[in-house]
Design a protein around this ligand. Structure first.
Ligand code: CA
Length: 223
């Protein structure tokens, strides 16, 4: 899940980014509305956490610009303004949710979980594929009831493939949704993470639930 955090209060921004990375999301961030619009124009995100009062361009402008071309990316507005008018304006402009500052990081995480699962029309907290499960709340995967020790990248890949079970997912799509700009985007490094993940799954499950479909990508399927 690829998330962009736009918040000019740097300490708050850094706190949000750190806590989302700990939950194995891939996270990019900026402190400015204009920079946010540039990033949104060139990169694909699953969700944007968007402050309203921003230098450069305000959050409402960022949102309206995004919605001119993009209805898929979820937008969660973050604002100090608890004014009902702002909330209505934001939702009318195409925001998916609204959180008033100050808030608890747990609440932000819960809303993000809710929005990203809604995107894939899965509403259960625990995703399953045969004996494999992924708890979207604790961000932990388990095989046959045993918790797996996965890296952040492996966790991101696993979640994305589980959300898209039965459908081939290309390396390019994985880069868009699982990688952030802090890592190099060479396909070699993706292959390394995927093969490490598959090795762990094979070890824990006795089989590999991820299959290669030549020319199409990776598919996660029950045995
Ligand atoms: Ca602000």
């Amino acid at each position: 899940m690829h998330i962009l955090v736009v918040e000019d209060e740097r300490a708050l921004c850094d706190t949000i980014v750190r806590s989302l990375k700990r939950l194995a999301y891939s996270v990019d961030y900026c402190y400015d509305g204009l920079e946010a619009m540039e990033m949104l124009a060139v990169e694909s995100f699953d969700l944007v956490v968007l402050d309203l009062n921003l230098p450069g361009a305000d959050g409402m402008t960022v949102l309206k610009t995004l919605r001119q071309t993009d209805y898929d990316t979820k937008v969660l507005i973050l604002s100090a303004r608890s004014d009902v008018v702002d909330k209505v304006e934001g939702l009318d402009a195409g925001a998916n949710d609204y959180l008033t500052k100050p808030f608890h990081l747990e609440e932000l995480a819960a809303r993000i979980r809710n929005l990203t699962l809604r995107k894939f029309t899965q509403d259960q907290v625990v995703l399953t594929c045969g004996e494999l499960s992924f708890d979207t709340k604790t961000r932990k995967a388990a095989a046959c009831g045993e918790t797996l020790s996965l890296t952040r990248k492996e966790t991101g890949i696993l979640e994305y493939l589980m959300l898209n079970q039965g459908r081939p997912v290309s390396q390019e799509e994985l880069i868009e949704h699982v990688w952030d700009s802090s890592v190099d985007n060479f396909s070699n490094s993706i292959r390394v993470h995927i093969s490490a993940l598959r090795k762990k799954l094979r070890g824990a499950l006795g089989h590999d639930p991820i299959h290669n479909r030549i020319g199409e990508g990776y598919v996660m399927e029950e045995k």
